[in-house]
Write a protein that binds this ligand. Structure first.
Ligand code: FES
Length: 192
């Protein structure tokens, strides 16, 4: 189990003491890990908020920026975002949980880039995107699916990229197979 907290040493020590019965490792080690993770995440989230003048009405754009920068929206960053924008924690949590595009945990690679420019639109990329989100039982977790605008493969629309592989006339099966192949390659690399 990994839990993120925002606060000073007293808060973290309190959390570790309270959770000590459930932690696999010594609480003191876990405390240090919590501290370093949170510091970086919070700093990055604050930086992103300030780049948009900490405007509360820019919350959705800020959340997209955070996800782009960190790969997901960590729970530890949400109170920092709320504070920067002068919103309540509940408002930030509410928006994150409402929109399917936002993730609170890192996606399981590889990245799928799905073209949604004109030619691919005409060939059904929107339906393909929906099917990838809803109709695939991803073994090993759903990959991150990013929208791109033209992969230079318009003649074979709809087009997608999985890792470095360009896929023409893309459909759910081709994309799912490519994701599985990349994962298998990575697994073999890891095991030599
Ligand atoms: S419009 Fe999709 S590859 Fe060009």
């Amino acid at each position: 189990m990994r839990t993120y907290v925002q606060g000073g040493w007293n808060d973290i020590i309190h959390l570790c003491n309270a959770a000590a019965g459930r932690l696999a490792g010594p609480p003191s080690v876990y405390c240090v890990e919590l501290m370093s993770n949170n510091g970086e995440l919070i700093e990055k989230a604050q930086e992103i908020c300030r780049a948009r003048q900490s405007r509360p009405d820019a919350l959705i754009e800020i959340l997209h920026d955070v996800q782009e920068a960190l790969g997901h929206i960590p729970e530890a960053a949400m109170p920092a975002i709320a504070q920067e924008l002068n919103l309540s924690n509940a408002e930030v949590y509410g928006v994150v949980s409402f929109y399917h595009d936002f993730r609170t945990a890192p996606a399981s690679g590889p990245v799928v880039r799905l073209c949604r420019a004109e030619s691919c639109q005409a060939m059904g990329c929107d339906q393909l995107a929906t099917a990838l989100e809803r109709n695939v039982d991803w073994q090993g977790g759903a990959p991150e699916i990013r929208t791109v605008y033209c992969l230079g493969n318009c003649a074979l629309s709809p087009a997608a990229m999985v890792g470095d592989e360009l896929i023409g006339r893309a459909d759910v099966r081709k994309i799912a197979d490519a994701v599985a192949a990349v994962r298998q390659d990575r697994k073999e690399e890891r095991h030599g």
